[in-house]
Ligand binder design. Structure first.
Ligand SMILES: [Ca+2]
Ligand SMILES: [Ca+2]
Length: 441
């Protein structure tokens, strides 16, 4: 590793600032992160994702099942595209007919079908790093495509412009009334890009918004309760990509005007998944004790979350190692957003990182997993339990074979092949023009 990059890494460790770490001379060349090796690769993995109720069946799986019905020589011929032995044609004919009827049956039974949009609450510390802005843009695209339904945004750091800026992004993407809640009790954070919200062209805001003051927003924890209470049971995925302030706070709430349930009961009833960007779950530059910013900027609340989140609701952690292995390419920022004269995502990125930087995609990976858990973008670790230690280290303890210990937590794994697919998916989802623009004459 280059010396300057080593220094950047040291600074990041001391100050817990991911931005400094990745803003070394080159996030791509100066820092090498070992990506965990995984056995399973490829698109549309068949079968169920543990704990998440998989419903899709991959083409490979269907082909494999079809081939499994054939005599051995035919099977080889089908799978290798070779000529069939003449006496096997009869068997193949029957098998093909069977496969046709099985396929028709499968279509009728609804086994292979479009999924319902994933209901999402986005809990973000939008202020310091810019990956939160890209992640929010991505969620709007995913809703435009019918893949998710964004119920609201809750903000977990204090800066007077977080609410107005988020409202401006939501308005840009055609959702000016999306509920926004803001914490009143968390770390105060400066920002390089939030002031964009006050830019004017002439007398008008460059990025229109009608939320002008965080004082006019509900408290984030209260909004979490309101949004959850209104949803069907077991339907909501919470994506937490900042401090755990709001989600941990939710766990300590009691009955209110929105629900007679306590916070833990509400989570148990309404939430299907917590997708978290926090922690580190592999060696990072030889260190097996890397301290990640979303944890060390609020250790007590992350400890609280890890200790009190109910066992029945899965938590999937995207560690530091995942986002840093997938950089957002500067070429996309330069070229893909010029469908409007001013684009808030591009301008925020440039204010934060400049034009010569490929920003790691930490928060975006938690969004991608939450909305597309079954597309094989990532693999999952064995189940176990994450605990947050006093210095902010996230310790994962795998479940012991046969033991009745908690299986609540898993963390994301990603092979180099998957990283290439993830990068392309993220770029296309972040830069897609808002539906509202394409609908204009
Ligand atoms: Ca608004
Ligand atoms: Ca963040």
């Amino acid at each position: 590793m280059k010396t300057a990059a080593k220094k950047a890494f040291k600074d990041a460790n001391v100050e817990g600032d991911q931005r400094k770490f990745a803003r070394g001379p080159s996030a791509r060349n100066g820092i090498s992160v070992r990506i965990p090796r995984v056995e399973t690769l490829g698109f549309a993995r068949p079968g169920r994702q543990p704990g998440l109720g998989g419903r899709r069946m991959g083409l490979e799986c269907l082909l494999g099942k079809f081939a499994g019905l054939l005599p051995k020589r035919c099977r080889r011929a089908v799978l290798t595209n070779r000529a069939l032995p003449p006496h096997s044609k009869f068997a193949l004919g029957w098998s093909a007919a069977f496969a046709f009827f099985a396929g028709a049956l499968l279509a009728c039974s609804g086994t292979v079908q479009a999924d319902e949009p994933v209901k999402v609450i986005f809990d973000t510390d939008i202020s310091g790093d810019v990956d939160d802005v890209l992640a929010l843009a991505m969620l709007h695209t995913l809703e435009d495509r019918g893949a998710c339904e964004l119920l609201g945004v809750t903000i977990s750091k204090i800066n007077p412009l977080t609410g107005p800026f988020t409202d401006a992004i939501n308005t840009f993407y055609g959702r000016p009334d999306l509920p926004i809640g803001v914490t009143r009790d968390a770390q105060v954070r400066e920002s390089r890009y939030l002031a964009l919200v006050n830019e004017k062209d002439g007398d008008a805001f460059r990025y229109p918004h009608d939320l002008l003051n965080n004082e006019d927003t509900p408290d984030a924890v209260s909004l979490l309760r309101q949004l959850l209470a209104a949803q069907p049971d077991g339907s909501v995925s919470i994506i937490q990509v900042g401090l755990a302030t709001n989600v941990a706070g939710l766990l300590h709430t009691e009955a209110d005007e929105f629900s007679p349930l306590s916070g833990v009961e509400l989570v148990r009833k309404k939430v299907r998944l917590l997708s978290v960007m926090a922690g580190a779950f592999t060696n990072i530059n030889g260190s097996n004790h890397y301290l990640e910013a979303n944890v060390i900027n609020g250790i007590p609340v992350m400890q609280d979350l890890a200790a009190h989140w109910p066992d029945e609701v899965p938590v999937i952690w995207s560690g530091f190692e995942i986002g840093i292995a997938v950089a957002y390419p500067r070429e996309s920022i330069a070229n893909d957003f010029s469908y409007v004269p001013h684009h808030p995502v591009k301008e925020a990125y440039l204010l934060h990182s400049g034009p010569e930087h490929d920003r790691p995609t930490w928060d975006l990976t938690s969004v991608l997993y939450a909305v597309y858990p079954e597309r094989g973008y990532f693999d999952l670790s064995v189940p176990g339990r994450v605990s947050v230690e006093g210095d902010g280290f996230t310790r994962f303890t795998p479940v012991k074979k046969g033991a009745q210990t908690s299986k609540r937590d898993r963390f994301l794994l990603m092979s180099p092949t998957q990283a290439a697919r993830v990068q392309e998916a993220l770029v296309q989802l972040v830069c897609q023009p808002p539906q509202t623009l394409s609908q204009k004459p």
